[in-house]
Design a protein around this ligand. Structure first.
Ligand code: TSJ
Length: 646
């Protein structure tokens, strides 16, 4: 009896202590959700799903799971299922609690117990099921394992139903359903396309894994079942699907050392754009890192060596890294035990040995491929040589512009009405299309910090042009000169003259086209401007409502109706007139300032780029040669025709 007591006491004490820790842990998540999921906006909301799915993918990587389903239920709850072994339910000796409970109630528990050999610690990823649990109004988990169905329920991280057996089963796997906590998130609405894109990416990265995503919020909700036996090879052909590939099959390379594995798939197309997308442990690394560096150095070295050996590159000539990547679509995927994520947003792979691994793989296998496929090799080298010559031509064009315009001395284009302030952090550049709109903008602006650049007519579609044409283009040159930061490989963010670049175009189809052309240019030639959030679209009002002496403007149909109702309530007798603004040019300077330019009253839409692949697709499809995909895209996105967001 006394022995039993001695046995019991420490266990109970430990349990109490761990329970307190649990509460403190999950309380910390609710206090600073951004620390664990990045933000509490839409991006954080979607992160919850990725977090749960990552656990199921770990089970697939461990070799026990073939199917994963993700469902957006009515009411924007999410269900994720897998057919893996099921989360362990046995009592853990350290805590005296079921492992399942620990997974959901202890911060970072995911990494602690076995499995998930590739689980990443730190950063935004792999923070575990407990974080999702802490941020969910409620969460239910069901485990099918060894003949039984186990169920457990939580609310905001607290247990509302202890783990119990609710039935028998001959299946195995884990099902999680959760409702994000409205107290925690700015929005609760899931975007099918966002989840779909992410799940497709995961299906490509884990060849052979079946992932099904379903939008069950409405009757005619979308659904897609994805499985790519070819893995990242199919990823590359998929990205290039609306482009003209220069060789039929992607070049595929793979190798491993110790516990790390690297795969690369690449395919050239006849365009000029580089799409290089890298991943570490299935996590996108948009800032690159050691795996990208290894790939780039080896690619340049191998192509130069081959070209020189066969006399395609003559004498001392060399093709540069950029030359070798023009029109290249490549995916690099590495998996390693202790990934280190660095950089400002922890999206850059830091493990140095991965550079050597990738470099060695590409050196050996790409050389071999070129030797065995001389026709493809010739095509690739010709392409790189062409890129090299175009770059030379661009350099000459640049020199020419410098001489002609004194660009070097900082002379600014005549179409620019500059502001007085010199500190870029405080200044804004409005790029305005159309004569009268530019006139109103100049009249209405606060010239202390707002500069206006007038543009006439549509700018060059850079999707169909090369860098030398861009420099010589009479619409784009003034923009390049005004911004001062150069383009392409010469781009230097430190020289940027305005930290807000605001595209102001009409809220109609023409305006949308102009915005898209401008964004294509920024995306292709000054991408960091978009990536780092310097580019905005002005949001002009759509309607003007006048009642007696009161004038109001509305930025959407809903707002128009709301304001109109509000005005009617005030005084039921006076007539309300509602007019649609036909364009910016219709507004007088004062109106334009009040509605669209005054920092106190305007609204700006920041152009974001959270998915480079999607943006690349959008531009390829909207601006490229192929007509059919464009028609399809526009029909599919008709509701976004005015508000093209990516
Ligand atoms: F995130 C999560 F916990 F909510 C979650 C985990 C969600 C989903 C949809 C699936 C999973 C999950 C976990 N699927 N499969 C597993 N597997 C394990 O946790 C597991 C099973 C067995 C063993 C073992 O060593 O026997 C080890 C592990 C880690």
């Amino acid at each position: 009896m006394s022995e039993e007591l001695i046995e019991m006491t420490p266990v109970e004490q430990e349990y109490d202590a761990s329970q307190i820790q649990v509460l403190e842990g999950l309380e910390a998540v609710r206090k600073r959700p951004g620390m664990y999921i990045g933000s509490t906006s839409a991006s954080g909301l979607h992160h919850l799903v990725y977090e749960i799915v990552d656990n199921a993918i770990d089970e697939a990587l461990a070799g026990y799971c073939k199917h994963i389903t993700v469902t957006i239920n009515p009411g924007d709850t999410i269900t994720v299922t897998d057919d893996g072994r099921g989360i362990p339910v046995d009592i853990q000796p350290q805590t005296g609690r079921p492992a399942l409970e620990v997974v959901y109630t202890v911060l970072h528990a995911g990494g602690k117990f076995g499995g998930g050999g590739y689980k990443v610690s730190g950063g935004l990823h792999g923070v575990g099921a407990s974080v999702v649990n802490a941020l969910s109004e409620w969460l239910t988990v069901e485990v099918h394992k060894e003949g039984k169905i186990y169920q457990m329920k939580f609310s905001r991280g607290n247990i509302t139903q202890e783990m119990r057996v609710i039935g028998q089963t001959d299946k195995h796997g884990t099902t999680v359903t959760f409702k994000p906590d409205p107290e925690m998130f700015d929005t609760l609405e899931y975007d099918y396309d966002t989840l779909h894109t992410r799940m497709r990416e995961q299906a490509f990265l884990n060849g052979g894994l079946h992932i099904t995503i379903t939008d069950a919020r409405s009757e005619k909700g979308e659904s897609d079942s994805m499985c790519y036996e070819g893995g990242i090879r199919e990823f590359v052909t998929w990205i290039n699907r609306n482009k003209t590939a220069l060789h039929v099959d992607p070049i595929y390379m793979v190798g491993s050392k110790d516990d790390s594995i690297a795969e690369i798939a690449m395919q050239y197309n006849d365009g000029f754009n580089e799409v290089l997308v890298s991943f570490a442990n299935d996590i996108h690394t948009p800032e690159g890192g050691m795996h990208e560096t290894g790939f780039k150095t080896a690619l340049t070295r191998v192509l130069n060596a081959y070209g020189t050996k066969y006399g395609i590159i003559k004498g001392e000539d060399k093709v540069s890294g950029e030359d070798c990547r023009e029109g290249l679509t490549a995916i690099i995927s590495v998996k390693l035990p202790e990934a280190q994520f660095e950089g400002q947003t922890k999206q850059k792979l830091g493990n140095a040995y991965i550079r050597t691994l990738v470099d060695n793989i590409v050196s050996a296998q790409l050389s071999e491929f070129l030797e065995e496929n001389p026709a493809v090799a010739r095509t690739i080298l010709d392409k790189a040589m062409m890129a090299n010559r175009a770059r030379e031509a661009a350099r000459r064009a640049r020199e020419n512009i410098r001489r002609k315009t004194g660009l070097e001395g900082g002379r600014l284009p005549g179409k620019l009405s500059d502001c007085n302030e010199r500190d870029p952090a405080l200044t804004e550049l409005y790029i305005v299309e159309g004569d009268s709109a530019a006139g109103s903008a100049k009249g209405g602006r606060d010239s202390r910090f707002q500069a206006i650049l007038a543009m006439w007519g549509k700018c060059l579609n850079v999707e169909k042009a090369r860098v030398d044409k861009v420099y010589n283009n009479d619409k784009l040159a003034p923009i390049i000169q005004s911004l001062g930061c150069g383009i392409g490989e010469e781009f230097n963010l430190e020289k940027l003259r305005y930290h807000k670049i605001i595209i102001m175009a009409d809220a109609d189809v023409d305006g949308s086209h102009i915005r898209t052309l401008m964004l294509t240019f920024f995306f292709r030639y000054m991408r960091p401007l978009i990536e780092q959030g310097y580019v905005y679209a002005a949001v002009p009002p759509l309607y003007k409502l006048v009642k007696g002496k009161t004038t109001r403007v509305a930025y959407s149909d809903e707002e128009r109706d709301a304001i109109s109702a509000e005005l009617r309530e005030d005084n039921p007798n006076t007539k309300i007139t509602i007019n649609r603004f036909k364009g910016l040019g219709e507004m007088d300077p004062h109106e334009l300032w009040e509605t669209t330019m005054d920092p106190e009253r305007r609204s700006l839409r920041r152009i974001t780029l959270n998915d480079a692949i999607r943006a690349d697709q959008t531009f390829t499809v909207l601006m490229g040669e192929e007509v059919e995909p464009r028609k399809e895209f526009i029909e599919r996105n008709a509701k976004y025709a005015v508000n093209l967001d990516f």
